[in-house]
Design a protein around this ligand. Structure first.
Ligand code: HEC
Ligand code: HEC
Ligand code: HEC
Length: 163
């Protein structure tokens, strides 16, 4: 029977402590600021380019997953391609610049799609095939092997018809 100071118990306590320290509010645990801290923890994605999204912003917040998935089915299975909810366009318009002044990929927590997903613990597999940042040039159109993993994965998918 594990006692109160079992290895697992100590480990759990350590992890809890580490988490407490990593919590953004913990370092400045000023009670007067706690309301503000709580607000700051809500994700605030960077605004896209231009004035408006491809549909009403509120609609997009709630239903982007639905329109994206529908289009994915339409495109892949029926060959229909409407431009309105193109994932490529989302990525282009919602690109977030990194420190090197280039758009960040999905590896970065600053990536538009991750701002909310990290917060809501949503996991998506889209970027295993799709590019997570705008393509800078034609090299990205249809890949020939080199390039990043996402692009080659899409290439393999297209050639191998889906394994
Ligand atoms: C196994 C690889 C793969 C995965 C995973 C995948 N897709 Fe795709 N997707 C494709 C291929 C192939 C096409 C058709 C080629 C194209 O249009 O770029 C496509 C096309 C699309 C299109 C239409 C083209 C565009 O850029 O708008 C959308 C939208 C889309 N996918 C959304 C998604 C979303 C959302 C996810 C994650 C939930 C996802 N896909 C995951 C392979 C994939
Ligand atoms: C031409 C530029 C453009 C394209 C393309 C675009 N968006 Fe947007 N998007 C915006 C702008 C600008 C806003 C902020 C609008 C506002 O403040 O009301 C926005 C807002 C959003 C929001 C709400 C963010 C928040 O602050 O809560 C989501 C979610 C979103 N877009 C998802 C998408 C998805 C998914 C796609 C692709 C299907 C897409 N957008 C394509 C420009 C774009
Ligand atoms: C404004 C916050 C926000 C932004 C920005 C955002 N998402 Fe989401 N997304 C969510 C939430 C919240 C969910 C989970 C909704 C649910 O479970 O009902 C979700 C779910 C999804 C799903 C479905 C996941 C599943 O498990 O079925 C897909 C696909 C998706 N988002 C794609 C995207 C893509 C692609 C982007 C970037 C272009 C993006 N989202 C940006 C909030 C956001």
């Amino acid at each position: 029977m594990p006692g109160p100071f079992s290895r697992a118990g100590v480990l759990a306590a350590l992890i809890a402590l580490l988490l407490a320290c990593a919590w953004p509010g913990a370092a400045h645990a000023d009670p007067a600021q706690s309301a503000q801290t709580a607000r700051a923890l809500v994700p605030s994605p960077q605004k896209g380019k231009g004035d408006a999204c491809v549909a009403d912003t509120d609609f997009m917040r709630r239903y982007h997953m639905t329109v994206l998935n529908h289009q994915r089915d339409d495109t892949v299975h029926n060959g229909i391609r409407t431009k309105q909810f193109s994932l490529k366009e989302c990525i282009a318009c919602h690109a977030v610049q990194g420190e090197d002044a280039r758009p960040v990929s999905i590896e970065s927590p600053k990536h538009f799609c991750r701002t909310c997903h990290d917060y809501a613990a949503v996991k998506i597999d889209c970027f295993e095939c799709h590019a997570s940042r705008p393509e800078s040039n034609k090299a990205a159109q249809l890949p020939t092997g080199h390039g990043d993993g996402a692009v080659s994965a899409l290439s393999r998918y297209l050639k191998g018809k889906g394994q």
